[in-house]
Design a protein around this ligand. Structure first.
Ligand code: AVJ
Length: 324
């Protein structure tokens, strides 16, 4: 038991503001000026966007969050038997740390390492968690793990368990997903592993309403990216000119989200301009769905040889424990 309840926090590779700004402007300008205009889904998550996403998770049509939570509740003892106690639990994109915390009782990790792009975001959550679980060593890490995954030396090497719930892996293409899974594999020794939540392929009539709900929360979430881009880039997007669209592509096994221009219009920023004709779209998100077989294939390719899967009765969502 630790007698001091000081949680440690580390922020890695924070670029200075100018550098960050220049890179951001180049990236955003390029993606808006490309023939198929696009915006990366990472720009959804400003303060309002994060709140809208939380609200989406409570929608009747958005089944992933509640289905995953039910799988964790029903099978956490089996998961604990498969994983073992005393792990170094590395929570990728930890946010408010609530999903990981719900497993602490069953998994009894030795060390908990919430990783998020900004360590400030997890700071509040971890400080109160540390008081509830004084026996767990906690270390907050601020880093962009989508680019690289070299963790600081303070993170224990023993029994590393990467935790990646919520089907966040769905934002990546298969190639990118395998590359990310491989980075996790390479970061753990043979006693390590991965606990990951993945949304499964299912009927279009279930998938499409989950991304185009009757209340219009997903539409608001999608449109809000333009507020964030206006702020970041100084652009003059008018939200009323754009319409939310979401389609499931069974051949690509992914949801595609777009913003569609309601009229011919022009967007301007910093001496640049992009014209859009009515009906033209900006691509804002892919959300890939897997079959159990296709995801096990990706895990195997990434170097995880042994896998175990838990799913709900309807087979809508799956949680995998994968080990080298
Ligand atoms: C956070 C990427 C898992 O793809 O379901 C929800 C984001 N977009 N509704 C998903 C999202 C629209 C979500 N992920």
């Amino acid at each position: 038991m630790r007698d001091d309840l000081q949680t440690r926090f580390i922020q890695l590779y924070r670029e200075d503001a100018d550098e960050l700004n220049t890179r951001l402007h180049i990236e955003l300008s390029n993606s808006l000026l490309s023939p198929q205009a696009s915006l990366s889904p990472k720009y959804f998550y400003d303060t309002l966007g994060s709140r809208l996403f939380q609200a989406i998770c409570a929608l009747p049509e958005y089944y992933p969050t509640r289905t995953e939570a039910a799988i964790f509740t029903q099978y956490r003892q089996q998961m604990a038997e498969s994983i073992g106690t005393g792990s170094t639990m590395i929570d990728l994109g930890a946010g408010d740390c609530a999903k990981a915390a719900s497993l602490f009782g069953a998994l009894r990790p030795e060390q908990y390492v919430p990783v998020d792009i900004s360590v400030d975001f997890v700071r509040g959550a971890v400080e109160s968690l540390q008081h509830t679980y004084p026996q767990i060593d906690m270390l907050g890490v601020g880093m962009d793990f989508s680019a690289r995954l070299d963790l600081p030396d303070e993170v224990r090497r023993e029994k590393r368990l990467f935790f990646y719930p919520g089907s966040s892996i769905g934002n990546f293409t298969l190639r990118e997903a395998i590359a990310l899974l491989r980075r996790m594999r390479l970061s753990c020794d043979d006693d390590g592993g991965l606990l990951i939540g993945v949304d499964l392929v299912k009927d279009k009539n279930i998938l499409e309403p989950a991304y185009d709900d009757a209340l219009g929360l997903t539409a608001a979430f999608n449109l809000n990216i333009l507020n964030n881009i206006n702020r970041l880039l100084g652009s003059d997007f008018e939200l009323k000119d754009w319409q939310h669209k979401a389609f499931y592509h069974p051949d690509k096994q992914r949801i595609e989200m777009y913003l569609e221009a309601r009229r011919d219009l022009a967007v301007r920023w910093q001496g640049k301009q992009r014209d859009f004709v009515r009906g033209e779209r900006i691509h804002t998100e892919n959300s890939y769905k897997y079959t159990p077989e296709s995801f096990i294939g990706a895990l195997n390719e990434a170097g995880f040889a042994r896998t175990r899967m838990w799913t709900d009765e309807q087979g809508w969502f799956a949680v995998f424990h994968a080990t080298p």
